[in-house]
Design a protein around this ligand. Structure first.
Ligand SMILES: [Zn+2]
Length: 1002
């Protein structure tokens, strides 16, 4: 007999598949008919919360294949896919389960006797979005304190797999030994077990190398802050999980548990101080590990660089304050891809290690490394670990699954130390008693690697790091590409709030420095923490149930109200302290235009005016060019607003604004820089002509709204159908086209189009002196399972596109079969034809999904999945994107700066005339860097207020930058600091893609 046949035969002595024995039953448990199994041997039933009752009577036989069972323990092993599960044994409720707690090993009897009858009944509820399934039902007769045939069969399987993989020369000896199994005495349990024992003895030498290997177990319970349940439930789940872990630790003192998310600890501390104290004790006793360091486990592709800093700042600060230590291990097991700059940012917070397992979910390419250096574009490297694959939500201590992983791991990395994360997850849970008992049993087996509990950080510390591969790129997840677009409201709120909080912090800092206005530190921190929570990896990606978004939107609105109030109060405080020059007119109303960005800029500004006969004068009492807009606002060009500064203007009534003349529009916008022709039949763009460079940039109609059917993905909200391009939907139908404005400051054409039942109202806008065509959009979105993109076929050619990411940019190639067929960018993407020395940037103010080919850029506007939120994205949507044709590349064209400007318009504040002051000048530039490739990303009070001010910049173009800055705030650089605001070595200059933070003092 072959060794595998021997093993299978052995296993069959104490194990039985009972899947086909189930009977479909009534709610009362009365059997109706036998089940039918599908080709995978699953029992399935329809989606939509359908209840399936199954029942079967187990009668303990005297023996299995001759092996006597009397006196053995009996366990039932089940695996299901059901939203709610209840298991009854002899009509007693025994256990519950769900989609996450999706398997069990139930002890049916401590000591069976022949003919013993056990009635098992299951009540299973299918998920609303998917069919239900019972995938596995198995009985196993065991001796948990001694050997039994199926246990030995597992030992032999493991040894066989190790020999086959690493010691094939020993396979012959192994095979020969197995031929000594005393099959003739199978009915004599004692004799038969003795023969198994002597086989084990004789194989011990061959098994010796297994003990050179070690499993490092860390108990874990992945806990989604909100997903298929609301946040309110998460708190209870966290509490129950932590109590369960602490209780298990009493019986299994070796158990070490690791958990992330300071927000959860903070909630426990606030509401269950006793439990918090117990966790703290466990932490001090080394049996509890703090992981992650981020406030929650966020989506990290879409959030800004400053958001990444704040996730870590507030997270690590909490750990430091409450536990006395920060964590060294970043923990994002379930996040949908990771940006290129993350290693640099993590390192700024004292983090040494990065762990994720998500890249196991790739649909095309197997991620090549298990343990590697992950490198940012500035050269920062972080040791990174791919944790064991976990697709089911449960990682148990099944010895075969564990060693299969260990073999793969060792083949991939050469490492004999293996990480394993036992525990039920997603909806909390953690390790179970059975998992720990199984682990204990295998710990004693000579045919299994060593097994011990260990902290992730201790495990990583122990690994050899020389000669590791380096991954110098983003970690792109080849899956979940719809998350860049789904639930557009979350994306829009996120972008707006990130920029609002930047502005609010900046101007309240300046108001404090200049005018000693109290700095609203508590309010700002609380607003940031709401943003950070909403960035959780099922909220910002748009992959939760409707209740979650109702909660999230409430938080977003609170952030907006706090943020806008802080900004407004700071700007108003500054405005009211301006030393006003002589007005151009006795009734002139002074106002300031504020620029939060760190370079000088000009922008067409619109003012709500009471009388249509108004004009604007500048500081020197010169009349500014103005225009009355189509909606009766006064437009004027606010020129040269200083870097982090402001400029005074005057509004004067009773002077006529320039008249509108729309007669010669002909659906052409022309501001002397661009000439844009709109097709009056379709509403698409026929031509975008760069007048200065005499270049047409469109190869075919631009701003085509292309719709596709996007259906059939199991992960509906997460995934775009990979074949969506094969299912185009009918084109848009033009409803109306109208010229709204025709200069001299703004040119505007409104196009209303229908796409099936949805209406797109788009304004094509050119402004004076701006080479950028804005497309301001309001949609009434009513489609189901539809993806819509705007397409710009270009007269350019390039085999790559550059996309903005957090604190940087990344080039992605246009390989035809690349799994990066849909990618994310922050505020812009750019396709530059190197040969033509000409490019086009496609900017946006709250979108993230893009795709590109050698001659086309597309921006993904909307999707409409129906699960988990059946009404995702229906209704009003508002966004702006813009086309920026330019000579040279995105660096010389200052695409980064233009995209910031689109996202952070200037602010207008009218001055309260009565409060005359001499404190502040009527025009001011408070802060400016001589290097224009440095972008100010944060200016805030330091966490310890007495220390001063914190200023953070990033280098945006991959070039060096000198540290040379002017400020009118009497601040000097005290020292360079890290993300946690601890002093680091001073910097001589800023290198390409580097992020720099300084502590400033008065
Ligand atoms: Zn998750």
């Amino acid at each position: 007999m072959s060794p595998l046949d021997n093993i299978a035969k052995l296993s069959h002595l104490t194990r039985r598949d009972i899947q086909k024995n189930w009977l479909i039953a009534t709610a009362a448990g009365k059997p109706i008919q036998p089940v039918t199994l599908n080709e995978k041997q699953y029992i399935i039933w329809p989606a939509g919360r359908q209840i399936q009752y199954l029942t079967q009577k187990i009668i303990v036989p005297e023996h299995l294949a001759g092996y006597p069972l009397e006196g053995m323990e009996l366990r039932l092993i089940l695996t299901w896919w059901a939203e709610d599960v209840k298991i009854y044994v002899n009509n007693q409720f025994i256990q519950a389960g769900d989609l996450f707690d999706s398997s069990t090993r139930i002890l049916l009897s401590n000591s069976v006797s022949t003919g013993q009858e056990i009635l098992v009944t299951l009540r299973l509820v299918s998920p609303n979005h998917d069919i239900g399934g019972l995938m596995k039902s198995e009985l196993i007769y065991e001796y948990s304190q001694a050997i039994d045939p199926s246990f030995v069969a597992d030992e032999l399987t493991i040894l066989h797999n190790y020999l086959q993989t690493f010691y094939p020369e020993n396979l012959a000896a192994f095979t020969a030994t197995l031929d000594n199994i005393d099959w003739n005495n199978v009915t004599n349990k004692d004799k038969f077990n003795q023969s198994l024992e002597s086989i084990r003895q004789s194989l011990q030498l061959l098994a010796k190398p297994l003990k050179e290997r070690s499993f490092h177990l860390l108990g874990h319970a992945h806990l989604d802050m909100a997903w298929l349940w609301p946040l309110a439930e998460t708190w209870q789940v966290a509490k129950n999980t932590f109590i369960s872990v602490l209780n298990l630790q009493k019986d299994f003192p070796a158990l070490i548990f690791g958990h992330s998310s300071p927000l959860i600890y903070e909630w426990i501390e606030k509401h269950h101080l006793d439990l918090f104290q117990a966790i703290l004790e466990a932490y001090k006793g080394q049996s509890w590990e703090l992981l992650g360091g981020m406030w929650v486990e966020p989506e990290v592709n879409l959030i800004s660089g400053e958001s990444l800093f704040r996730q870590l700042l507030y997270g690590q600060k909490y750990f430091q304050e409450k536990f006395g230590q920060i964590t060294k291990t970043a923990w994002l097991p379930d996040t949908f891809g990771f940006p290129y700059q993350l290693p640099q940012i993590l390192k700024s917070f004292g983090i040494k290690y990065f762990i994720t397992g998500k890249l196991h979910w790739n649909d095309t390419t197997k991620f090549p490394h298990g343990f590697f250096w992950w490198q940012s574009p500035d050269g920062s490297k972080i040791l990174s670990l791919m944790s064991p694959p976990n697709v089911a939500g449960v990682m148990d201590t099944n010895p075969i699954i564990m060693t299969d992983h260990a073999l793969n791991w060792e083949r991939q990395t050469g490492l004999k130390e293996i990480f394993w994360l036992p525990g039920v997850g997603d909806h909390g849970g953690g390790p179970t008693r059975d998992m720990l008992e199984v682990a204990q049993r295998w710990q004693k087996s000579p045919f299994f690697p060593q097994l011990k509990f260990s902290q992730a950080t201790t495990y990583l510390n122990s690994l050899e790091t020389s000669n590791l591969p380096i991954w110098d790129d983003e970690l792109y997840l080849e899956f979940h590409r719809g998350c860049y677009t789904t639930h557009a409201d979350q994306k829009s709120y996120n972008r707006y709030c990130e920029i609002l909080l930047y502005q609010g912090e900046l101007w309240s800092s300046l108001a404090n420095i200049l005018l000693e206005i109290p700095y609203p530190k508590v309010e700002i921190e609380s607003a940031w923490k709401k943003v950070l929570l909403n960035q959780f990896h099922d909220i910002l990606p748009g992959t939760s149930i409707p209740e979650v978004f109702r909660d999230a939107n409430q938080l977003w609105r609170q952030v907006i109200s706090t943020g806008e109030a802080i900004l407004d109060q700071s700007l108003q405080a500054i405005a009211n302290k301006i030393n006003l020059p002589n007005p151009p007119h006795s009734q002139a109303k002074p106002f300031l235009v504020f620029n939060s960005l760190n370079w000088e800029r000009s922008q067409v500004v619109s003012l709500a005016v009471e009388s249509f006969n108004c004009s604007v004068y500048d500081l020197n009492n010169c009349l500014c060019l103005s225009q009355l807009s189509h909606d009766n606002q006064l437009l004027f060009l606010a020129e040269n607003i200083p870097s982090v500064g402001y400029k005074l203007f005057w509004l004067v009534a009773n002077q006529p604004a320039a008249e509108q003349n729309l007669t010669n529009c002909q659906f052409i916008l022309d501001n002397g820089l661009l000439k844009v022709t709109i097709n009056s039949e379709t509403g698409d763009i026929d031509s975008i002509f760069d007048i200065i460079n005499q270049k047409e940039i469109l190869q075919a109609a631009g701003n085509q709204l292309q719709a596709f059917k996007d259906q059939g993905q199991y992960w509906d909200a997460w995934n775009i159908d990979p074949n969506y391009q094969q299912y185009p939907l009918p084109k848009t139908v033009l409803k109306s086209i109208k010229c709204l404005e025709c200069g001299p400051l703004r040119w505007q054409i409104r196009v209303i189009r229908n796409l099936a039942d949805s209406e797109f109202c788009q304004d094509y806008i050119l402004e004076k002196d701006s080479p950028i065509l804005q497309i301001k959009t309001i949609v009434n979105w009513q489609q189901e399972h539809t993806l819509v993109k705007t397409a710009f076929p270009l007269t350019l050619n390039s085999n790559f596109t550059t996309y903005e990411i957090a604190c940087g940019a990344i080039e992605r190639d246009h390989e035809p079969e690349s799994p990066k067929w849909e990618v994310y960018a922050h505020k812009w993407a750019d396709l530059t034809d190197k040969e033509a020395n000409y490019g086009v940037s496609l900017l946006n103010n709250n979108k993230y999904g893009y795709d590109a080919t050698n001659q086309q850029l597309r921006l993904t506007l909307l999707r409409s999945p129906r699960w988990p939120d059946p009404e995702a994205d229906l209704g009003k949507q508002e966004f702006t994107y813009a086309i920026y044709p330019h000579q040279g590349n995105w660096k010389t064209a200052k695409t980064v700066h233009h995209a910031w400007q689109l996202n952070s318009p200037v602010n207008v504040i009218f001055i309260n005339n009565s409060s005359r002051s001499t404190q502040l000048p009527p025009v001011a530039q408070w802060l400016k860097f001589s290097a224009d490739n440095l972008i100010l990303m944060s200016f805030k009070q330091s966490e310890t207020a007495s220390r001063g001010w914190v200023m953070r910049v990033y280098e945006c173009q991959g070039e060096n930058a000198v540290i040379d800055w002017q400020n009118q705030l009497q601040l000097t650089i005290k020292e360079s600091i890290d993300g946690l605001e601890r002093a680091i070595d001073p910097m001589e200059q800023i290198s390409p893609w580097q992020i720099a933070t300084w502590l400033l003092k008065n």
